[in-house]
Design a protein around this ligand. Structure first.
Ligand code: 0WD
Length: 264
């Protein structure tokens, strides 16, 4: 489905990363990829993973808080790919203290960092990607979470950042739509990854979703990757500014059947 298409994926930390499941799926679908890593410590993982793909990807450093690194990535893409068909933004970060403590105690610096890394980065990357997508259109996809609209224990400032991210998706979609560039978000259920390990009580969250979601199980990263494939393929050509849940239906539930029968 992606034969002859080029794209870049931000946010692989290790083999559990959602971005890695997406990279594998897109590689199978025939895409030519660029993968980025945040720092040299993670770079080794990413290079090792990249070597297992069928089509050797470009592997580039990019800490999204460094404008010069973002610039360097897009200069390389312009030179090597010329055109960019898709961009996957799978990046989020908040200081651990700001997730563990009371929300009321959120620090000024923690709030700033969470929004810079998890939200502003999407604007910064989209700004650079847009000129490379101008010729034949493109698709930008980010990753969000239900904690943006419902209170999840331990998600705190990250929930607020995800709300800003979802709004950012809509503003970008409105502005880039006339250029043939679509912007959407995927909202997976909880998945055990490095980022998730920073969320207090995460294991309980996994268990709760497996017991109460309509599909009665947790989200598999491969399911998120398939939805990402949909968003970067022409199958979704009429869709932009959308938040698509890939969570076994968890987000539709009010009260569970077990709770209503007094068993829950
Ligand atoms: O349950 C989950 N795992 C869910 C994750 C449910 C719903 C949504 N998501 C979202 C996350 O919020 C994030 O936006 O999916 C996205 C990907 O997260 P992931 O795959 O769960 O986690 P991980 O494998 O840790 O990838 C996120 C990576 C970082 O990892 P760590 O844990 O080392 O912070 O984002 C990258 C980094 O590799 N990252 C950065 N990349 C460039 N510059 C930066 C930065 N400054 N900071 C973090």
């Amino acid at each position: 489905m992606l034969e002859g298409r080029t794209g870049i994926i931000f946010g692989i930390a290790n083999k559990r990363s959602i971005a890695w499941a997406i990279a594998q799926r897109f590689d199978e679908a025939g895409a030519r990829l660029a993968l980025t890593y945040q720092n040299e410590r993670l770079g080794e993982n990413v290079r090792e993973l990249a070597a297992t793909l069928r089509h050797p990807p470009l592997v580039l450093p990019c800490d999204v808080t460094e404008e010069s690194q973002i610039e360097a990535v897009f200069e390389t893409l312009a030179r090597e790919f010329r055109h960019l068909d898709f961009l996957i933004h799978s990046i989020a970060f908040a200081p651990r203290e700001d997730l563990e403590g009371a929300f009321l105690e959120t620090s000024r610096e923690g709030y700033r960092i969470a929004h810079e890394v998890s939200v502003f980065s999407l604007i910064a990357l989209a700004r650079r990607a847009a000129p490379l997508m101008a010729e034949r259109g493109g698709s930008i996809v980010t990753l969000t979470y239900l904690g943006s609209e419902r209170v999840m224990p331990g998600y705190n400032v990250m929930g607020v950042a995800k709300a800003a991210l979802e709004s950012t998706v809509k503003y970008l979609a409105a502005e880039l739509g006339p250029k043939g560039i679509r912007v959407n978000a995927l909202s997976p259920g909880p998945i055990k990854t490095l980022a998730a390990s920073g969320v207090p009580g995460f294991s309980r969250m996994l268990k709760h979703v497996a017991q109460t979601s309509p599909l009665r199980r947790n989200t598999d990263p491969a399911e998120v990757a398939d939805a990402a494939l949909f968003f970067v393929s022409p199958l979704s050509r009429g869709i932009t500014g959308e938040i698509l849940f890939v969570d076994g239906g968890y987000h539709i539930m009010g009260m569970t059947m077990a709770e209503s029968s007094g068993e829950g």
